[in-house]
Write a protein that binds this ligand. Structure first.
Ligand SMILES: *Cc1c(COP(=O)(O)O)cnc(C)c1O
Length: 232
């Protein structure tokens, strides 16, 4: 079943790419495995998945220990500063940087381990009260500040679009994030590339791909509904 879901998502990404003339290789599928047990991740691994998205530090650490080391772990959830030290040498990318203080902490912890941490800035394009993320107008000022940090590599932007019944309703939001990334790329800021645009989830990843996503974060579409009552 998981393998079937996965091929369906793959086909949809391919089709969305084709519909706008983008090569399929431009888009990375991040399989969002939060709340799912290790056996299920292993099944996905056996079906070929190597890029997993998680939103809790402890869950990343547990799964990291139990699964093969060629997996790329992506931290996509809100990150507390006191937990940065646990994951900075374990994750391939942090998608959810939304403050100067968090960026400073990542810089410090990456420095201690002598690595350069790929990060995305999370932008709350829709300005939803309930969501984390920078306002659009806060992005460039923050970038100018952190472009001096030698242990950070700003690879692009991420957004979580509102939950909507019709994915077309989010097209404008994805379009706006793409536009912002193009504007920023034109400024040639140090340590900053804008090569990654992380947007689109189960309900709207096809639209996100059409609007320029280079990473889509799909959970339910691959793994099925999440059960938050599980206590493990
Ligand atoms: C849970 C989550 C996803 C995946 O959501 P689905 O709707 O299950 O695809 C994507 N991005 C973030 C940041 C998430 O927390």
């Amino acid at each position: 079943m998981l393998a079937d879901n996965l091929s369906k998502v793959e086909r949809n990404i391919e089709e969305a790419c084709r519909s706008v003339g983008r090569p399929r290789e431009e888009v990375t599928l991040v399989a969002v495995s939060k709340t799912k047990p290790v056996e299920v991740l292993r099944e996905a691994y056996d079906a070929g998945v190597r890029v997993f998205g998680e939103n809790k530090v402890q869950e990343i650490l547990d799964k990291y220990d139990q699964l093969p080391k060629d997996i790329q772990w992506h931290m996509i959830g809100h990150l507390q500063r006191n937990k940065v030290k646990y994951i900075v040498d374990k994750v391939a990318m942090i998608h959810s940087v939304d403050s100067l203080r968090l960026a400073q902490t990542i810089e410090q912890e990456a420095g201690k381990k002598n690595i350069r941490m790929p990060i995305l800035l999370e932008v709350n394009v829709a300005e939803e009260e309930s969501k984390f993320g920078l306002k659009v107008q806060e992005v460039v000022p923050l970038l100018e500040e952190i472009s001096q940090y030698p242990h950070l590599e700003v690879c692009g932007l991420m957004t979580i679009a509102p939950f909507v019944a019709n994915s077309e309703e989010n097209r404008e939001i994805f379009h706006e994030l793409k536009k912002l990334s193009v504007d920023i790329a034109g400024k040639n800021i140090n340590n900053t590339t804008m090569s990654v645009l992380s947007m689109g989830m189960t309900g709207d990843y096809e639209v996100a791909v059409q609007e320029g996503a280079t990473m889509v974060r799909v959970g339910t579409g691959i793994f099925g509904e999440r059960d938050y009552s599980r206590q493990d």
